[in-house]
Ligand binder design. Structure first.
Ligand code: ADP
Ligand code: MG
Length: 308
């Protein structure tokens, strides 16, 4: 299911949305085709170079989790099987190389404009909030917690889904005020159940899911589905369990090589953090590609490609 690195797809279907990573196409009133490109963003800037196999990793890892977690919460997932998708959409046959492994057929929803973040460990913006205010999502946490410490039970810490600019962490009460208590509670309960089940499963493979972000939407008939991508390196913090130690930041299976490289450029004044992005060295591109494929192997226990 390998294809050439892809920066942008252009399929003969109506384009609904072009996100930072995915093109979303309309199949019919109730169905979408999500195509994960190999674009990578860091600090909200999309890089010029595609990361080989990244889109395939995102789509196939999401498909893996949608299947694994089907009993926990209903989802938008229909199929990520290229031949099944082409059977349904014969016009895509001549675009087989473009969509191979990276396309997902999904039930169309009206997305709920909040990111449903669940945190099982104190890291990233949560660690920052705790250090500054002693709280997480506005709720007080015990004093004296250290960076990367396990949060038991996990904490639902929602964020706005900003159309432009950075997502902003908010409180659960703000979600309740916006959506009503019933829907807000459903989002929290489903997100927490998805996280807990996935985290229990991953730890057996030696991976800690420190935190992750879910999105939900309603179908026209009013069903609440988990949508978008599920438990990928782009939406989650994965840590190798054998290197875990609280009291410090953790090595992770994500964009760290890219972030480190960009940090250096910013410190030396070679890049100001705004578009256009700097050209990436081939070594950084390859390090990222390896990380994404390694994450897929570690999480699913399966190799993505017959040959690398
Ligand atoms: N089932 C669905 N119904 C409607 N919209 C969806 C569905 N699944 C995903 N989406 C939307 O498709 C887009 C996916 O593209 P992506 O590149 O991840 O965008 P973003 O830059 O917003 O993260 C997101 O805006 C997401 O909310
Ligand atoms: Mg997204």
């Amino acid at each position: 299911m390998s294809s050439a690195p892809l920066t942008d797809s252009a399929l003969p279907l109506p384009l609904v949305r072009r996100g930072k990573v995915r093109e979303v196409y309309e199949v019919d009133d109730d169905t979408l085709l999500l195509v994960a490109s190999d674009r990578v963003s860091a600090f909200d800037v999309v890089m010029a170079e595609p990361i080989p196999h990244k889109g395939t990793v995102l789509t196939q890892m999401s498909a893996y989790w949608f299947r694994q977690l089907a009993a926990v919460a209903p989802s938008h997932f229909i199929s990520a099987d290229t031949e099944e998708i082409i059977a349904r959409l014969p016009a895509l046959a001549e675009h087989r190389q473009v969509i191979a492994g990276r396309a997902m057929l999904a039930r169309r929803t009206a997305p709920i404009p909040f990111e449903c973040v669940v945190r099982g460990y104190l890291a990233g913006s949560a660690w920052k909030e705790y250090r500054q205010a002693g709280t997480l999502a506005g709720e007080p946490l015990p004093q004296g917690l250290t960076e990367s410490v396990k949060l038991d039970p996990p904490v639902f810490s929602p964020a706005t889904k900003a159309e432009t600019g950075h997502d902003e962490n908010i409180t659960f009460d703000q979600v309740r005020d916006a959506l009503g208590a019933e829907l807000a509670d459903q989002l929290r309960d489903r997100s927490t159940a998805l996280y807990t089940t996935a985290a229990e499963q991953s730890i057996r493979r030696g991976i800690i899911i420190a935190d992750t972000k879910f999105e939900f939407g309603h179908t026209t008939s009013g069903n609440l589905l988990v949508i978008d991508e599920l438990l990928t390196p782009d939406s989650s913090r994965f840590w190798p369990a054998d290197q875990y130690q609280s009291g410090r930041s953790q090595p992770s299976f994500d964009k760290q090589p890219l972030r480190d490289h960009l940090d250096e450029l910013r410190q030396s004044g070679e890049w100001n953090g705004n578009p256009p992005p700097p050209a990436l060295p081939e070594a950084v591109v390859q390090a990222m590609s390896t990380r994404y494929r390694d994450a897929y192997l570690r999480i699913t226990g399966d190799t993505l490609l017959a040959s690398p």
